[in-house]
Design a protein around this ligand. Structure first.
Ligand code: SF4
Ligand code: SF4
Length: 66
């Protein structure tokens, strides 16, 4: 059965690739791939650590089906 879950979304235009989000994520749901942060929504547990640490304020939560 489908359910809605809180997932992160990165505004790549504002991201400065500091990798802070990836370093605090407890489940490795974000990593730097080339010059862009890649997210793995299926891994994200919605803890909010990346949102709090982002210096560019470019991560937000969205509701997605999983
Ligand atoms: S909300 Fe938590 S689990 Fe999800 S990507 Fe951010 S730090 Fe990782
Ligand atoms: S913490 Fe913010 S600015 Fe830094 S890499 Fe992650 S999304 Fe980009």
């Amino acid at each position: 059965m489908e359910r809605m879950a809180r997932k992160i979304e990165i505004n790549h235009d504002k991201c400065i690739q500091c990798v802070g989000c990836a370093s605090v994520c407890p489940v490795m749901a974000i990593e730097l791939v080339g010059l862009r942060m890649k997210t793995y929504p299926e891994k994200c547990i919605g803890c909010g650590a990346c949102v709090r640490v982002c210096p560019a304020n470019c991560i937000r939560f969205v509701e997605k089906r999983e």
